[in-house]
Design a protein around this ligand. Structure first.
Ligand code: GH3
Ligand code: MG
Ligand code: MG
Length: 652
């Protein structure tokens, strides 16, 4: 009973197994060395089962069969910052714990981890050497399997250092069988079961579970339970362990080396033992150098950890920013689409981009090739960061397309156009992306930064701003098209006067307003006299020019709120809001006189033909519709024609 509960305790302990002593520090020291030494990190992992174990513990492979957790070098290369952060926390905590406990011995000294590491490395090398001469097992897989074959022992040594020391003391030159017995007595579980439990907890490949658990099974059982490749790997590791012990690297001091069994000897057949001993010794010596404890100064370790945590914090912040930037592209694109047609959508989209990408300022800049300037067209800022002044500029002798692709600009890079840009912004780094060129040597840019003291340059931000700039460009194009469409609907292309549609809209609104406010509303309908003659004798082009001149002359006579519209052909309407009948007749007379005077002044340009207009004036009657108002003015105009032209008639 007691054994069962002890075993349970040990298994539970395995789930929260602390990092093997020194392993996290080693990982961090190598990962954060300047320059970073990832190959050295991978190498260290290859030399150190404790490190390998720690890595596997922190990053169990997603698909253990495919991604084979045995590829340790690759695992080391792929340590993610988040996992290192975890490591950093674990390591600092366990160090604090040790300090609190006043323990001056390192874990290695207490539980014989160094011996276990050497034995594991020797096993791994032997397994690789054997595999390189045998078919069916990848040498690197054999190496990794050999390296991890001792994880059960290492786990016991780390999780139960006191019991481990006692085990070694009580072993006194006895066999492996005796060790297993003692372990069961003391711990409730032997190291082999611990290894298998760990392999399961860490989701290691099945082959490795078999390698870890072969001690208990007979050759016949293996034959029955395992596929052939696994049997070969298991056999290899078994021989390798034997060789490691033979060549002087026993797993546990005082363990008696047993002669290899028959099935193991089969694998060795034909191999020259001496040729195997040499690489094993060489590798173990190298690994031993790697494994030597280096950090004895706890303060130095702690300060390194703090520095590493700082680096990690900034790595994490950067990766967070990268994620944010990528996400904000979606947000901004959606936002832009929703705002399409909302008049000026650009500021809203820019504000959204700035906010979601964590920028403090964003600006639309323009490089002008003629003026040779770089200027701020539009600027937005967040919070207390001051906005750039719109219209601010710097001389810019460089090519207007100097920033042709999205880029991060930093002050230390020193290109002259970069310096000019940063001078305009008044900061040390920014991200810039082209908005496209317009025909007249102008080039637009979208530029974002984090204020005078902020830092830009998170990898990937420039690509995101580039996508947002493309979107902004589309918005600008869309706006230009919308404006053009509106202009076409409301402005007569020949004369620039309002179209009939705009006239009717305006009249509708004014008539409604007039009913509510009782403000007077008047209207002049005018028609060029004998216009046909101009066309017939001088040609349509001259006729067109006269229409243009007419609109200009009439426009110069009316008030700001009046509307001059082309009603059709050579007929025009002037709408006079807040104008009573006397005022309307006065305005009409003024217009008529001005046109006549113009005609006399420009008679030579118009074949000495007399230029004049006739005007019908009407003032809105109560309850009258716009159409009825125009109808009355038209009748008055007809009357003016009938009465001899070049005159004003008031509608009845
Ligand atoms: P009245 O004094 O009775 O108004 O004589 P009129 O010749 O001006 O009258 P009419 O309505 O017979 O002729 C109008 C002419 O205006 C006929 C048409 O060809 C011309 N016209 C209409 N639109 C345009 C235009 O856009 N350009 C030019 N050049 N001529 C136009
Ligand atoms: Mg006419
Ligand atoms: Mg006419």
């Amino acid at each position: 009973m007691r054994n069962v509960s002890r075993a349970q305790r040990l298994l539970e302990g395995l789930r929260s197994l602390p990092a093997p002593s020194g392993a996290p520090q080693r990982l961090l020291a190598l990962a954060f060395a300047e320059p970073p030494r990832l190959p050295a990190l991978a190498e260290a992992v290859r030399c150190d089962p404790a490190l390998a174990l720690e890595l596997v513990r922190l990053a169990p492979p997603a698909d253990p069969r495919k991604e084979s957790g045995l590829d340790l070098a690759r695992a080391a290369r792929e340590i993610a910052p988040a996992q290192l952060r975890l490591l950093a926390c674990t390591a600092t905590d366990s160090q604090d714990d040790r300090e609190r406990a006043g323990d001056e011995h390192t874990g290695d000294e207490r539980c014989g981890l160094t011996a276990l590491r050497r034995w594991s490395v020797a096993t791994a090398v032997a397994a690789r050497e054997l595999a390189s001469n045998a078919r069916g097992v990848e040498p690197e897989t054999a190496y990794a399997a050999g390296l991890l074959a001792g994880i059960g022992r290492i786990a016991v040594a780390v999780a139960r250092p006191d019991e481990s020391a006692e085990l070694r003391a009580r072993l006194e030159g006895r066999s492996e069988k005796r060790l297993v017995q003692l372990e069961r007595e003391l711990l409730g579980l032997d190291h082999e079961s611990v290894g298998i439990a760990l392999a399961e907890i860490w989701n290691l490949p099945e082959e490795l579970c078999d390698v870890l658990g072969f001690g208990e099974r007979s050759a016949e059982q293996f034959e029955r339970d395992c596929p052939r490749e696994t049997r070969e790997l298991v056999g290899l590791v078994r021989v390798a362990q034997h060789l490691a012990t033979q060549f002087g690297f026993p797993a546990v001091d005082g363990l008696r080396a047993e002669p290899p069994s028959a099935d193991v000897l089969v694998l060795l057949e034909g191999r020259d033992m001496a040729s195997l001993a040499e690489p094993i010794r060489r590798e173990v010596a190298r690994a031993a150098r790697e494994l030597e404890p280096r950090e004895t100064d706890l303060e130095a370790v702690a300060s390194r950890m703090r520095a590493a945590k700082g680096v990690l914090a900034s790595l994490l912040a950067n990766s967070e920013r990268r994620r944010q930037a990528a996400e904000s592209v979606n947000i901004v694109l959606q936002d832009g689409l929703q705002r399409l047609g909302d008049g000026d959508a650009l500021p809203g989209v820019l504000y959204r981009a700035m906010e979601s990408m964590g920028f403090r300022r964003i600006a639309h800049l323009e490089a002008d090739g003629k003026a040779r300037t770089l200027s701020v067209v539009r600027a937005l800022a967040l919070g207390r960061v001051p906005r750039l002044r719109e219209g601010a500029w710097v001389p810019f002798p460089a090519d207007t397309r100097a920033f042709g692709t999205p880029a991060v600009i930093r002050i230390e890079e020193g290109a002259p156009e970069h310096q000019l840009l940063l001078e305009l912004l008044g900061c040390n780094s920014c991200v810039i992306a082209p908005l496209g060129t317009s025909g007249d040597q102008r080039c637009g840019y979208l530029c974002a930064d984090r204020g005078p003291l902020g830092f830009c340059g998170v990898e990937g931000e420039e690509r995101c701003l580039g996508i947002i700039a493309d979107q902004a460009r589309l918005l600008l194009d869309f706006q230009a098209l919308t404006r053009e469409k509106e202009r076409m609907a409301t402005q007569d292309p020949l004369t620039g006067a309002a179209t009939r549609r705009r006239l009717m809209d305006r009249l509708d609104a004014l008539v409604l307003q007039g009913r509510q406010t009782r403000l007077a509303l008047s209207l002049c309908l005018m028609d060029l006299d004998h216009f046909k003659k101009f066309n017939d004798t001088l040609g349509h082009q001259v006729g067109d020019r006269l229409l243009q001149d007419l609109v200009e002359v009439v426009g110069a006579q009316v008030r700001k709120g009046d509307l001059v519209a082309r009603y059709g052909g050579e007929e025009f309407v002037v709408v006079l809001p807040s104008c009573d009948v006397e005022g309307a007749v006065r305005s009409a007379e003024k217009i008529r006189e001005a046109v006549f005077a113009f005609g006399r002044e420009h008679a030579s340009e118009y074949g000495e033909l007399s230029i004049s207009i006739s005007i019908g004036v009407a003032t809105l009657a109560p309850e009258e519709t716009p159409a009825a108002l125009i109808g009355r003015a038209d009748a008055a105009l007809y009357q003016a024609k009938h009465n001899g032209r070049n005159r004003v008639e008031l509608a009845s």
